[in-house]
Design a protein around this ligand. Structure first.
Ligand SMILES: Cc1cc2nc3c(=O)[nH]c(=O)nc-3n(C[C@H](O)[C@H](O)[C@H](O)COP(=O)(O)OP(=O)(O)OC[C@H]3O[C@@H](n4cnc5c(N)ncnc54)[C@H](O)[C@@H]3O)c2cc1C
Length: 327
């Protein structure tokens, strides 16, 4: 089906105009990315479900996005219907209902104000609840998957509630990150939270936020670019690794990158942060291709020095089929 035909069919399902060729750099925290074939900001969950159902039933490629804080979009853009999820209603309680377009931090604040604990780790994680689900977002040994009761989604052209097992969560992973994942739109969730004193919850969150500010570079990034490595064997080989990490067999990706002397290493406008080696930052003029080349170089160097291939936490999205020579 041509994009004109898709536009014509989708327009009656949408309450606002669909945009063509929307530059994705406006919607990603890395500030790179070419155009989306069609782009629609969806605000109502029923509309979201209907559009997703229609696209899945007709085999139209869709890309659901939240705040673009965990994606590297190709300079050639995304040949798909990009749905920017702005469905953000929440009903707060020990069993909280939340739509997936709510900002993760906003959800924390609402639950904390209601004296409910569990989401403190979300402070400082930009992005939506939907993006958090796909990558099982977390920090300080807590993950979103631990709190889930049920998930509402559209998959195989059908709106349904499923148990969290459906997502096959593991460390910064779910089945929706994997190649050949079924096209799926996550609509809403039910979460289990624990009552606690508001001031205690906010104090815990403030402490986590303080630790984060100390470590995190302020420039445009997508957070940690690579996943940490879980390997007792590798940890044993690294005498400089702090003992608590060696004991649990966790090797931070930033530790390996820094040990390769790559802090400050630059390709075009993309650079390994000097503050935190696992953050690849945009110096202001980077292209997606710069980030791709830099990430590949980092992986190669870490492999040569330590014999492990770093896995990317940031998802590469869009058309990467041709060699890129800049935007
Ligand atoms: C400064 C900074 C710090 C960060 N710190 C952390 C951290 O501590 N821990 C951590 O885990 N992450 C961290 N991140 C990464 C990122 O913020 C999280 O992964 C976040 O949850 C992504 O949400 P998003 O809405 O921006 O997702 P996007 O980047 O928009 O999308 C990410 C993926 O999720 C999919 N997706 C999003 N919404 C839906 C939906 N409703 N249905 C189906 N698929 C969907 C997209 O298709 C895409 O594949 C950080 C990022 C930054 C920039």
């Amino acid at each position: 089906m041509s994009w004109d035909a898709v536009l014509e069919s989708l327009t009656p399902l949408c309450s606002e105009p669909i945009r063509r060729s929307e530059p994705m750099r406006r919607h990603t925290t890395l500030r790179v990315g070419g155009p989306a074939a069609l782009f629609y900001r969806v605000r109502h969950i029923d509309e979201f479900a209907r559009i997703a159902e229609w696209c899945q039933q007709h085999g139209v490629p869709t890309f659901i996005m939240g705040h673009g804080s965990n994606i590297l979009v190709s300079d050639r853009g995304i040949p798909a219907v990009v749905l920017y999820n702005a469905c953000d209603r929440a009903e707060i309680g020990e069993e909280t209902y939340a739509q997936t377009g709510i900002a993760f931090q906003e959800l924390f604040l609402k639950t904390a104000r209601a004296g409910l604990s569990g989401l403190e780790f979300a402070v400082g994680i930009p992005g939506t609840l939907g993006g958090a689900l796909v990558s099982n977002a977390g920090a300080y040994r807590h993950n979103i998957a631990d709190l889930l009761i049920a998930i509402e989604l559209v998959s195989e052209g059908r709106r349904q509630w499923v148990s969290p097992d459906w997502m096959e969560f593991s460390y910064r992973d779910s089945k929706l990150r994997r190649p050949n994942a079924p096209p799926t739109a996550l609509l809403s969730v039910k979460l289990r939270l624990q009552p606690d004193q508001r001031l205690k919850i906010l104090a815990r969150a403030r402490e986590l936020q303080r630790q984060r500010i100390e470590k995190q570079p302020p420039e445009s990034s997508a957070g940690s670019f690579f996943k940490n490595v879980y390997s007792y064997e590798l940890a044993e080989r690294l005498p400089q690794l702090p003992k608590p990490l060696r004991e649990v067999g966790v090797v931070p990706a930033g530790f390996l990158i820094e040990a390769c002397g790559l802090k400050g290493y630059t390709v075009g406008g993309a650079c390994v942060s000097r503050k935190h080696a696992n953050f690849l930052i945009n110096r202001g003029w980077a292209t997606a291709t710069d980030f791709r080349k830099l990430a590949d170089f980092v992986k190669q160097r870490v492999y040569e020095q330590f014999g492990v291939w770093l896995e990317e936490e940031v998802l590469s999205v869009g058309d990467w089929s041709e060699p890129h020579e800049g935007a």
